[in-house]
Design a protein. Structure first.
Lengths: 129, 206
């Protein structure tokens, strides 16, 4: 019985030490994951351009341009179209950013068939590389 | 007591070994960028405008006379005269029409301001059509506008009509009538006119 208590006690100490060690590591700031809503270590720092392709008045594709290369090659590009109130009305991606000349552009198919006249803005996100 | 310590150490080492073995299966933590950008942006519209394909006017007082080759289109209530125009909209099929405006140059205005209505023509016609052979038309007013002075352009908003046409609806053109009574002779430039051709201006999303 005494041995069993010792074993349990040892495992508990080991577990606590592991949690304490993990907490001591802090956030993974060096990985480039966003903190507090700001982009950390972005692959492109001067923004993107956008061009629209429509069919019957609905946006079917957007072309995101001004993508920095080779920094963004290998990342996944996603786009959200928003209306005047900022509400998402269509989205697409992720689409892999290929290796291309700098600056590059990528076509992203848009789901949701938003009416072109409702589009008031866009959000583009590249995760990685 | 020594035996117990040995057991604890062995258990601890086994646990640590298991943890390391599990961690090694997770793979390396790779560095990853996150790039975000947001901006205001609207989809630009396209626009086009074109003259009509053919036109004429029909005259109740001369029911068999053809006016298809004249330089003006007469609209009059007292001596019933209607202008007939056929346009092929320049917007592509299934486009989303943002605006469509019919414009006619009013070379000679009526002696007082009149209201001119546009009606959809509902059967075929040509520029050889006369009052006696005139096409049928919808009683519904598609658009109406007040006439201006000599040298002004009268415009009608035909957005809904043009949307229906590019969506595949029937297009037999439009007829312009004076909705009042009394004399008031309006002369618009026709396709053969000298100043400004009849024009259908369209703004759309392809």
């Amino acid at each position: 019985m005494k041995r069993l208590i010792l074993v349990v006690l040892a495992l508990a100490v080991l577990g606590t030490a592991s949690v304490a060690l993990a907490q001591g590591l802090g956030p993974l700031s060096s990985s480039g994951v966003g903190v507090g809503g700001a982009a950390v270590d972005p692959c492109d720092t001067d923004g993107f351009t956008i061009a629209y392709t429509t069919s019957a008045g609905a946006v079917t594709d957007v072309t995101i341009g001004g993508i920095a290369e080779p920094g963004c090659a290998g990342g996944g590009l996603s786009v959200t179209l928003t209306d005047a109130s900022g509400t998402a009305i269509g989205s697409g991606g992720p689409v892999a950013v290929p290796s291309m000349a700098d600056p590059g552009s990528v076509v992203v198919p848009i789901a949701g068939a938003p009416y072109a006249g409702d589009v008031a803005g866009f959000r583009a996100v590249i995760v990685g590389p | 007591m020594t035996r117990a310590i040995v057991i604890v150490v062995v258990v601890a080492l086994l646990a640590a070994g298991a943890s390391i073995a599990y961690a090694s299966t997770l793979g390396p933590v790779t560095a990853q960028h996150l790039t975000r950008y947001a901006a205001a942006s609207t989809v630009p519209t396209s626009s086009c405008n074109a003259a009509d394909d053919y036109d004429t006017w029909i005259d109740a007082t001369n029911p068999t006379t053809k006016h298809g080759g004249t330089a003006t289109l007469r609209v009059n209530a007292q001596r019933p005269s209607y202008a007939l125009l056929f346009f092929t909209p320049c917007a592509p099929a299934n486009a989303a029409i943002v605006g469509a405006t019919l414009g006619l140059y009013l070379g000679t205005s009526p002696n007082k301001q009149r209201t001119h209505e546009v009606h959809d023509i509902t059967s075929g016609w040509s520029n050889a059509t006369t009052w006696s052979t005139q096409p049928s038309y919808s009683a519904t007013v598609a658009a109406s506008a007040l006439t201006g002075a000599d040298g002004s352009t009268t415009t009608w908003d035909l957005t809904a009509d043009v949307q229906a046409i590019v969506d595949g609806g029937t297009n037999d053109g439009w007829e312009i009538q004076d909705n009042g009574s009394g004399n008031g002779n309006a002369l618009y430039d026709s396709l053969e006119g000298a100043t400004q051709l009849p024009n259908l201006s369209i703004t759309y999303y392809p």
